[in-house]
Write a protein that binds this ligand. Structure first.
Ligand code: AMP
Ligand code: ZN
Ligand code: FE
Ligand code: FE
Length: 296
């Protein structure tokens, strides 16, 4: 048992209002602190905008906040979501790329609003934007708007019936390819990890070699919806490909999706391994080591 009964000290996957979570970054860190979380990654989709506020609150409440983002890709590989740890919110070039990804999100949500209207489930784009409060737009904001408009009985039902991939209202994102997402994180000094590997449609043994070659450094073995068997399998893959086993709740504070904040046990060794990768300057030393020769 943990101090708060059902939470653990490490959570490497959380979302705030800066993307599709329900709580402001500071509020989220305060909630995590109250539940006994001591190390928390803020991994908002396609943005680092919440990091400064989260770090400041973390300093007040004794939570080490790790800056991160989650880059969602969808392709014939399935849903490959890449978590990028230790990225710098002041990195202007990265910021420009993330802005482009957020614009892509905006276009997609607009198209989905049009489709929902045509299907007889009208929601106003302005209302969706209000719900998002300036955060990176996504389907969760549409789900909230559909619930408010009375088109669905619950937030989760919106996903089940109208927003899922096989729904006629669905629009795919353009975004990045999985390899581009991994390379983007690496190119900006971050440590990339494969989020919730269960959403990858192909055999992981088929895609991991390419992802690892592109610089993948971790895999989210510990995740709320993973069975024990799945976790064991992912841990074996982590060992086989030399990946750090990461984990987290994917807490959004909306609906039933994800685990409670801090609700997934992540070993301290995972943090130590991530820190070691970062300290070794992941950008240069761990992957694609250039043949520098011996000249000095
Ligand atoms: P998007 O980035 O717009 O494709 O939306 C993905 C987000 O929707 C995820 O990060 C979750 O927050 C949420 N989500 C995805 N699938 C479900 C689901 N079945 N039920 C509830 N929320 C979901
Ligand atoms: Zn999300
Ligand atoms: Fe995800
Ligand atoms: Fe997530």
């Amino acid at each position: 048992m943990t101090p708060s009964g059902d939470a653990y000290p490490i959570d490497l996957h959380t979302h705030s209002l800066r993307s599709d979570g329900a709580y402001a970054p500071g509020e989220l860190v305060r909630m995590a602190a109250a539940r006994g979380v001591r190390i928390q990654a803020l991994a908002d989709h396609d943005t680092l905008a919440g990091v400064a506020e989260a770090v400041a609150t973390g300093q007040e409440t004794g939570v080490r906040v790790i800056p991160a983002t989650e880059l969602n890709t969808e392709s014939e590989w399935g849903d490959v979501h890449v978590l990028g740890y230790f990225l710098d919110p002041a990195d202007a070039v990265l910021g420009e790329r993330l802005r482009w990804l957020r614009e892509d999100r905006g276009r997609r949500v607009e198209l989905m609003v049009e489709k929902l209207g045509a299907l007889g489930y009208p929601v106003r784009l302005e209302r969706v934007m209000e719900i998002a409060q300036g955060g990176a737009l996504g389907r969760p904001h549409l789900a909230q708007a559909l619930l408010e408009a009375g088109h669905v009985p619950s937030y989760d039902a919106a996903f089940e019936t109208l927003l899922s991939k096989d729904s006629p209202a669905y629009v795919a994102r353009v975004g990045l390819t999985p390899l581009e997402a991994v390379r983007l994180v690496r190119a900006h000094g971050g440590v990339p990890a494969l989020a919730h590997p269960g959403t990858v449609a192909l055999e992981l043994e088929k895609v991991l070699p390419e992802l690892v070659d592109a610089g993948l450094a971790g895999i989210e073995c510990y995740y709320g919806s993973h069975s024990v068997d799945a976790t064991v399998r992912y841990l074996a893959l982590a060992a086989r490909y030399g990946l750090v086993p990461t984990g987290g709740s994917d807490f959004h504070g909306r609906g039933e999706h994800g685990a409670p904040l801090g609700g997934v046990r992540v070993p301290a060794a995972s943090i130590d391994a991530l820190d070691a990768l970062r300290a070794s300057d992941a950008r240069v030393s761990a992957y694609h080591v250039e043949p520098l020769g011996r000249a000095r």
